[in-house]
Design a protein around this ligand. Structure first.
Ligand code: UDP
Length: 479
């Protein structure tokens, strides 16, 4: 009988994308794969469209959208009182409630060999334990983030303040470059429900049988070594960490006919700066204007994904609305940049754009998928972190991997036009920018080597498959 794994991606396109790519790796190794997708409580068209697109492009993967949990949970973006501020509390509460539908679904399957859960879905470890299923975590960010978050769980027990109170003090974690406490995700800076739940989530990672990380050995050698040596979870055993990446989308699908790709076809090699800020990134009007002025003054070619500002600043999951470019961008900008610049509304086929020969640099919010997509395309990165662990990723990209420079204003109210102009010029025409480009090209080759037969990630995946118990059915799992 075919071995079957169930992948449980949690919420959000940013987590669904790498899980689908992981599913393809399983398929290539002859395993049957089911993706048990979670529909967000405030269903966004982006999610439904993404699942439909993935299912259409990957007929060999079984996609199953789990039904909502029985009692209606508080909507994402609200806490138990229905209106508290942190979306993460609502999100983790919702995922906790999803244990029941997940359990029912797993029980409905004839056999399951293993459950692979997203890093945010550690509550599902309880379901796996109840059903006696081997369970692995898929960590969809950098190994350095994993090192940091695992270490923070014990660090929090040994300090008397919140992480936020440490301010700009430097934090030293084995295997990682030092970083300011203020670079940690905002949700864990205060002593509140959000930080308690996030730390609990990472405390639970070591309960899994292993952790698959979307990275590769030569990109994060020090962090992976520290994890392997057990330095990140003092006093507890770290499960085996398998660095199996980079797993990035191969592009393709209907996106390959997008107009912006035809526009890129008409541009010279390595001449276009691409600006895109993940599935959730959005700016206020003032920030959009500063970017526009900076791009215009840089006189460089650009391709920019523009979205309308959020109505509710606190709701990161607010559905995307079509932006009114005339109202949002400075008067005359579109005419002044016609021919050398292109604005794409809402969403671009990012992987195809990054891999296009005309694209020369990537202004990114440092979401880990985007970061890996930029790295595997061999592009220098201009790092503009927005939320979650992106500030840490910026530190790793700039200080450790040496693949990018930061947009310094990310920490200010806005990144000003002068910085946008200066950094774009720097990366496209300076000697420093050229050196960064060469380094990016070398790391692109290293990434390709890692996933080839005999490469480090290829070997790690085989090691993981060896660990996967053979032909176990529910209730019959040997340890
Ligand atoms: N993405 C895209 N087009 C866009 C914006 C984003 O295809 O216009 C994709 C991008 O290629 C990546 C994912 O959405 O695969 C975003 O994931 P990431 O981890 O970078 O950021 P998140 O959305 O989780 O913040």
């Amino acid at each position: 009988m075919e071995r079957t794994v169930v992948l449980y991606p949690g919420l959000g396109v940013g987590h669904l994308v790498p899980m689908v790519e992981l599913a393809k790796v399983f398929l290539r190794h002859g395993l049957a794969v089911t993706v048990a997708a979670v529909k967000p409580p405030l269903d966004s068209p982006d999610f439904s469209a993404a699942v439909a697109r993935f299912a259409e492009c990957n007929p060999a993967i079984n996609f199953h959208v789990l039904p909502p949990p029985p009692p209606p949970p508080a909507p994402v973006g609200s806490g138990s009182d229905g209106k508290s501020a942190s979306p993460i509390v609502g999100m983790l509460g919702f995922l906790n409630a999803m244990n029941a539908p997940l359990r029912d679904f797993l029980c409905s399957l004839p056999s399951v060999d293993a459950l692979i859960v997203d890093m945010f879905c550690t509550d599902a470890l309880d379901v796996a334990s109840e059903l006696r299923l081997p369970v692995y975590v898929f960590f969809t960010s950098a190994a350095s983030d994993l090192a940091v978050f695992l270490h923070l769980t014990s660090m929090r027990d040994s300090i008397n303040t919140s992480f936020g109170e440490l301010g700009d003090s430097m934090i030293h974690i084995p295997g990682c470059p030092p970083f300011k406490a203020s670079e940690l995700p905002s949700d864990i800076l205060s002593d509140n429900e959000a930080s308690r739940l996030i730390l609990l989530m990472f405390r639970r990672h070591p309960e899994s049988r292993g952790i698959l990380v979307n990275t590769f050995e030569s990109l994060e050698t020090r962090a992976l070594r520290a994890l392997e040596d057990g330095l990140c979870v003092p006093g507890r055993a770290t499960p085996t960490v398998y660095s199996i990446g980079p797993i990035v989308s191969g592009g393709g699908g209907s996106d390959k006919d997008h107009d912006c790709l035809r526009w890129l076809d008409a541009q010279p090699d390595n001449s276009v700066v691409f600006l895109s800020f993940g599935s959730l990134g959005r700016f206020c009007k003032k920030q959009l204007e500063e970017i526009a002025i900076g791009l215009q003054k840089s006189e460089k070619r650009f391709l920019w994904v523009v979205r309308s500002p959020r109505i509710d600043e606190k709701n990161v999951f607010e559905p995307l609305a079509e932006p009114d470019l005339d109202a949002l961008l400075p008067a005359g900008f579109m005419e002044a940049t016609r021919g050398r610049g292109l604005v794409v509304k809402l969403w671009a086929p990012q992987v195809e754009v990054l891999r296009h020969r005309a694209t020369g640099a990537f202004v990114t919010h440092c979401g880990w998928n985007s970061t890996l997509e930029g790295i595997t395309a061999g592009l220098p990165l201009l790092c503009w972190p927005l939320y979650a662990e992106q500030r840490l990723n910026k530190v790793f990209v700039v200080e450790e991997m040496k693949l990018g420079v930061e947009m310094r204003g990310y920490d200010e109210e806005v990144v000003v036009a002068e910085e946008v102009e200066a950094k774009v010029r720097w990366v496209m025409e300076s000697e420093g920018g050229q050196a960064l480009r060469q380094r990016a090209a070398a790391v692109k080759d290293a990434a390709a080597q890692a996933i080839k037969e005999g490469g480090s990630s290829h070997a790690a995946f085989f090691k993981f498959l060896e660990d996967l118990p053979l032909q176990v059915s529910r209730g019959m799992v040997s340890a």
